[in-house]
Structure formats: C-alpha cells, structure tokens
Design a protein around this ligand. Structure first.
Ligand code: PLP
Length: 330
C-alpha cells in the first residue's frame, strides 16, 4: 500500500535542482569538518534573505537543534521555560531531554488566540516564553502586530518566536532583534525550501545573545553537504516561491472541499490544515492510517476533536478527503 505522508508538515515538492548541483560540488570536501568559503557564502546569502547583517544570524543543524540550544541557554541563565499551548510539541520534548520542564499557558479555545491576561499573569523576567507564529498545530497567526510583540517582550526575560512557516505567512518579527536584546527568532529550511532531510535551520538574535547561543551547541554540527543543499535552495528563491504558492493553492482547494462536507478549519497561514471533527481525532487518524494516510491526532483534551493534515499532492489530498468523508458517513 502506498503511504500518503500528511503527518509531519513536510513539503510534497522535491528540492530545487540547484540543491543537487551544490551538494555534488561539495561531496568531495566531506573529508573536512568545514569549508570556510562555503560557510561564508551561505551566511552572506542567508543574511541577505533575512535582511539583517551577518552577525545577527546563526546556522544550526535544524531549527529543532536551535531550539534545544536555546533551552540550554535558558538553563544556564536560570530562566524557567514557558510556552503557549497547544503549540509545537517538540519544544516540550527537547526541554525534557535537557532535564527541564515547560509551564503551559493555554490559548483561548475554539479560535486558539493568545490569552493576553493569562500571559500577563504568568509573565516574569525570570522566565522565557516560546511561541510559534504561525502556530503549529493550530495553523493560525497568534499575532500580527508589533504591540503584541512589545507586550510579550516587556513581560518575559526572553521571548522565542518560532517562524518555521514564515514563507507561508509572510509575517516576521526578525528585524525586531535589532531593537530588543531578549528576542530570538528561529526558522528552518525544512518547510518552504523542501529540505527537511537536510536538517538546516537558523536563529536570529542580537549579536551578543547569538554568541551566547552558539556556545550552547557543538562546533561543526551542520554538515557540509547540508549547508551546500541550503545554499542551493537559497540560490533559487523563485523555485521556493513557486512551492509556496502551489502549496497554498492546494491548501485552499482542500479547505473548500472540507467546507463542502461540513468541516471547518482554522484560518491557515502554513502548509497544513487544522480540522475540527464531530468525533475524536484519534479514531479518524486510526481509520485513515489503515488506508495508508498518515495524519496527526492529539490526546490533549482541548484538541482531541481535531486532526492536523499536511498539504500533500493533489492526488493524496483527494484520497484523504474521500477516506475522511467515508468515515464520517458511516
Ligand atoms: C513550529 C515548528 N518548529 C520547528 C519544527 C522543526 O523543524 P526542523 O525540521 O527545522 O527541526 C517544526 C516542524 O514541524 C515546527 O512545526
């Protein structure tokens, strides 16, 4: 049975052709730990893309590793971790692996918006706040104004904004790291750049904070071929933009079809949909899995009647829709 991978928010499109060109160019340098010229060129291109000077941008072997290093930094600064919830589960797992826990601040149910009153009560200069914007798994924007950012910045010792889906939302606070020394923005090549398997991410922060962060990760941890792959992807922004617009087109097609069968989704600014069901997400996910369609469901009470579905090829999206409709008609 063919499997439709709609559970990890991977891109259904292959990487740009330039990725293999660049990887081939650097394969013969794999005897080395690092290649200065490649690192310099990549950082130059990336800082151009982020629209910030190079000293504000740090490369990590995935945004997951950047988040893990941030957790280590928080530990060394004595900052307690908190996160809005529901949010990216990885953050909590990475914290557990580092031997620490995360205080959860619930979003307002149904529309999954920030509860600013609750956040204000929980806020403290001895805490760090993590949020993903747009949010995973709910797919919506948690804020799109600078007043909210300022509100958070003024209430926490450190604010971590995960912009894994920035290319789909087009809203960023990366440029604000120039104004605030307690803001870190994290991004990845795993989504819009179709490079999940290369494991390349980056953090953006003011240079002093970034230097402290880099000391929380091992030297030479991003592989030469992964950097080359990411450089190839950055050299072909046109291709990335095509991937994003095709994904959004497929997402909107699927959203409309779901509406036609009476299912609502949150306003997605990502490469996935968060779908509300009349039943538990777990039973739906199990039914779909038996038909070769993998989607994400949740045990957590506030979202147990939801599934998260990554946008895939049109064919997979249609198979998903048909199987889901079948389940609901039973
Ligand atoms: C919000 C968020 N952050 C981070 C990640 C992890 O990305 P990476 O592949 O860079 O580790 C994901 C992956 O799904 C995500 O949704």
């Amino acid at each position: 049975m063919r499997t439709a991978r709609m559970h990890l928010n991977e891109s259904p499109f292959e990487p740009s052709k330039l990725v293999s060109t660049y990887v081939s160019k650097y394969v013969s340098a794999l005897n080395l730990y690092h290649v200065d010229e490649l690192e310099r060129e990549f950082l130059k291109k990336l800082s151009n893309y982020v629209k910030l000077p190079e000293e504000y941008v740090g490369v990590f072997p995935s945004s997951s590793e950047a988040l893990t290093s941030i957790i280590r930094l928080c530990k060394s600064r004595g900052l307690r971790l908190s996160s809005v919830w529901p949010s990216f589960h990885g953050f909590i797992e990475f914290a557990q692996m580092e031997g620490t826990s995360v205080d959860l601040i619930n979003l307002i149910p149904e529309f999954f918006e920030l509860d600013l009153a609750k956040i204000a009560r929980e806020g403290s200069s001895s805490k760090a706040l993590y949020l993903s914007n747009p949010n995973n798994p709910t797919s919506n924007m948690l804020f799109q104004d600078l007043e909210t950012l300022e509100f958070l910045i003024n209430r926490f010792g450190l604010v971590i904004v995960d912009e894994a889906y920035f290319e789909f939302s087009r809203f960023t606070v990366a440029d604000k790291v120039k104004n605030y020394d307690n803001l870190i923005v994290v991004r990845t090549f795993s989504k819009a750049f179709s490079l999940a398997g290369a494991r390349v991410g980056y953090a953006v922060a003011n240079p002093e904070l970034l230097e402290e962060l880099k000391r929380c990760t091992a030297l030479f941890s991003t592989s030469i071929t992964s950097l080359a792959a990411a450089l190839g992807a950055l050299e072909d922004l046109k291709y990335m933009e095509e991937v994003v617009s095709k994904t959004i087109e497929l997402r909107e097609e699927l959203r409309k079809s779901l509406e036609e069968i009476g299912l609502s989704t949150l306003d997605s600014r990502t490469n996935f949909l968060f779908i509300k069901l009349p039943t538990s997400g777990r039973s739906v996910a199990k039914y779909l899995a038996e038909r070769g369609i993998k989607v994400r469901s949740y045990e957590d009470e506030i979202i147990r009647n939801y599934i998260r579905v990554s946008i895939s090829s049109r064919e997979n999206n249609l198979s998903f829709l048909r199987a889901l409709h079948e389940y609901l008609k039973r």
